[in-house]
Structure formats: structure tokens, C-alpha cells
Design a protein around this ligand. Structure first.
Ligand code: KG4
Ligand code: ZN
Length: 362
């Protein structure tokens, strides 16, 4: 294929992937060169739509994806300055996620593949969060030429997973939540405290003026050393709020010490996440820790994990957090993950189905 040079392509033709992500409440498309360079990264968030329900409303989410997908794709292509014929593949999140949301992205990807005779690469959303560290200035290179084995902590509204990454595409799930995801717990606690949705940023904000030592939430006891549980803390928060008058007709008693509860809850969650992550890093003797997912935007989690990894004896472990725009769901990370899958020869059939319960390394 001859490609004219005035179309934004470098002389050596990069591997260019159009990536699509619609697993939850973000309609996103991105054009990624060589799994690293972000040519465009468009995210249409449905936050305002779901705010009125205090969480993601699946039926509304899939309808909003249907409305947004074509304009988002057009914008991603035009911002990238990438003609359709310069694409090498189309990548899309095939799972895990909401079925009705995943279907919209997967069908859009198939339509483009069909029209343009391009290969389809289905991507695990969780793999995407890991590969957010390969983007842009590729912070992963700070771990040296070979960053493996690597430990990934994925903490989002739908996930809390510790994944051992032995090599590109080689994963072992070593820990997961037995009940709520960390972000989900933030969202639920925020609702109990009369704070907005999404709950994580709202809790982080109000916790700034709170005393994190005022309430102690007991550490969950679990059979497996690297598993997590957050529902106990969530229930404990409910009891504490009730002790101070609780909520009546949607109105929280002014006696409830919202900032102290938020700060104490945030501190406990950060402490549990850090403790297990550090123990796993130790056991598997990893070269570094990468964190991804919406909760990785949390400043207290960042500070605690950096402190623990930085003071580890005999030598510190490097921890990498994605830039804030790549913490939450986006298609750039799907393009980065797809790049390595594409290089390994992964090509999916056009009858590829969505996999709402897809696991990683299990
Ligand atoms: O990765 P993400 O955008 O979507 C999912 O795949 O779920 O994560 C969204 C989640 C929400 O639960 C939100 O409350 C949480 O990430 N979150 C945070 C913060 N920012 C977003 N949690 C704690 N602190 C934050 N700063
Ligand atoms: Zn996510």
C-alpha cells in the first residue's frame, strides 16, 4: 500500500490502530501509533446523565453510547489527522463490562472492519488499564528494557484486581474483591454521606478537611491473602452515620461528621490496598507496580503506596500511576494493549461476541 506523505504519517509507516471503548459509561475512541503515541483520544462521558441515578443506569448507558459513538469516532479520526486508509487494525473492548454498552462499541468496530477490510482486535478492558503505562512518554520504560514480572493493581468502579504480569499478554490473577469494587464502595459511601456521583472524587474532596484517625474500620478477614472486601467498611459507615442521626427523607442529619467519616473511610481503603499490593510485590519479587482504573486518581492512595514502596527494604520498588486523564476509562489504553496483541498475531473474527464477565489471567 502506498501512502501519501502529506497525511501526517512518518516516513516509516507506524502501526496505527483505531481503538474503541464502550464498556461502561464512557464512549471513547482513539488513534494510537505503535502502541504508544496518542494521535487522538476522545472521551464522551455520561457522568451528568447518570448523576441523577447516583450510579450507572445500564439501559441509559447503552442508548447514550448509540448516540455518541459515530460523532466520537469521527472526531477521533479527524483530530488524529489520520485517513481511514492509514489504519492497520480496529481494536475494541470485548469485556468485561455492561453487555448493552459493550455491544455498541463492538458493532461499531465490526462495521468499520467490514467497510475498510481491516482486522479486528478484541481487547480485555483490564489489560487496557495495565497498558495505559505504555502510552505517551511510556513511563513503563523507567523500569528498564524488560519491566517483567510486573504487578498491576486495577482499582475502578467495577474492579479491584491484583494481576501478576509475567510478560506481554501473560497474566495471573492473584487477588480480587469478593464483594464490592473499591470505586463502587467509594460511590456507595458517598451516597450515604449525601455526596455526589461519582463518589471517589467527592469523598477525596471533602476528606481534605477531615480527621482520618477518628473512625477505625476493621480490616476484613479473608481466606485468600490477596483478596479484598469492602462491603464491611461500607456497612460500618452506614452504622456510624446512623449513630449521628443518619439520613431522613434523603436529608443527612447536620450532626453527621461527613469529613471525618470520608477521611477515615478513604484512609482504610488506601491502607488495605497498599498492604496487599506490597505483600504481593514482595512475594512475586516484581520489578515494579503499575496502578490503573478510576480509583488510582486518588491522592491518598498515591501517597500511601509511594511511601510504602519507596521505603521498602533493602531496595525501593518503583510505582507508576497513569496521568489523571488515563486513569479513568479511555480508548487510548485499549489501543496500546491492542498493539501488542496485534504484533502477536491476534485477529478476531467478525462474529466475535461481547464477554461481559471476561476475567484476566484467571
Ligand atoms: O476506571 P473507571 O473510570 O471506570 C470503571 O471502569 O469503573 O473508574 C470509575 C470509578 C468510580 O467508582 C469513581 O468513584 C472512582 O473510579 N474514582 C475515584 C477517584 N476518581 C474516580 N475513587 C477515589 N478517588 C478518586 N479521586
Ligand atoms: Zn475501567
Amino acid at each position: 500500500m502506498t501512502i501519501p506523505m502529506d497525511n501526517g504519517l512518518s516516513e516509516a509507516h507506524p502501526t496505527r490502530i483505531l481503538a474503541i471503548e464502550t464498556s461502561c459509561d464512557e464512549t471513547a475512541a482513539a488513534v494510537i501509533d505503535d502502541g504508544r503515541r496518542i494521535r487522538s483520544n476522545v472521551v464522551a462521558s455520561q457522568i451528568t446523565l447518570h448523576q441523577q441515578y447516583g450510579g450507572v443506569f445500564p439501559e441509559m448507558a447503552s442508548r447514550a453510547h448509540i448516540e455518541a459513538i459515530a460523532p466520537v469516532l469521527q472526531r477521533a479520526m479527524s483530530e488524529a489527522g489520520a485517513p481511514w486508509e492509514s489504519l492497520d487494525a480496529v481494536a475494541v473492548t470485548k469485556g468485561p463490562g455492561l453487555p448493552g454498552s459493550l455491544v455498541v462499541g463492538v458493532n461499531a468496530a465490526k462495521g468499520i472492519c467490514l467497510a475498510r477490510d481491516l482486522p479486528l482486535v478484541g481487547v480485555n478492558h483490564l489489560e487496557g488499564h495495565i497498558y495505559s503505562h505504555w502510552l505517551d512518554d511510556a513511563p513503563i520504560t523507567r523500569l528498564g528494557g524488560n519491566p517483567f514480572p510486573l504487578l498491576a493493581l486495577i482499582v475502578s468502579g467495577g474492579h479491584t484486581e491484583l494481576v501478576l504480569v509475567r510478560d506481554h499478554g501473560s497474566y495471573e490473577l492473584i487477588g480480587y474483591t469478593v464483594d464490592d469494587a473499591a470505586g463502587e464502595a467509594f460511590d456507595k459511601v458517598a451516597r450515604m454521606l449525601g455526596l455526589g456521583y461519582p463518589g471517589g472524587p467527592a469523598i477525596e474532596q471533602v476528606a481534605r478537611s477531615g480527621n482520618p484517625a477518628r473512625f477505625k474500620f476493621s480490616r476484613p478477614r479473608l481466606d485468600k491473602p490477596f483478596n479484598f472486601s469492602f462491603s464491611g467498611a461500607k456497612t460500618a459507615v452506614l452504622y456510624v452515620t446512623r449513630r449521628f442521626g443518619g439520613m431522613t427523607d434523603g436529608k443527612l442529619s447536620p450532626r453527621v461528621p461527613v469529613a471525618d467519616i470520608a477521611a477515615s473511610f478513604q484512609e482504610s481503603v488506601a491502607e488495605w490496598l497498599v498492604e496487599k499490593t506490597m505483600r504481593a510485590a514482595e512475594l512475586y519479587d516484581v520489578k515494579g507496580i503499575v496502578v490503573g482504573g478510576g480509583v488510582s486518581a486518588n491522592r491518598v492512595l498515591r501517597e500511601r503506596l509511594n511511601a510504602a514502596a519507596g521505603s521498602r527494604q533493602p531496595s525501593p520498588i518503583m510505582v507508576l500511576f497513569p496521568p489523571l486523564t488515563l486513569c479513568t476509562d479511555n480508548a487510548a489504553m485499549i489501543g496500546a494493549a491492542a498493539h501488542f496483541a496485534y504484533l502477536r498475531g491476534q485477529r478476531d473474527d467478525l462474529d466475535m461476541d461481547v464477554l461481559p464477565d471476561l476475567k484476566i489471567g484467571a
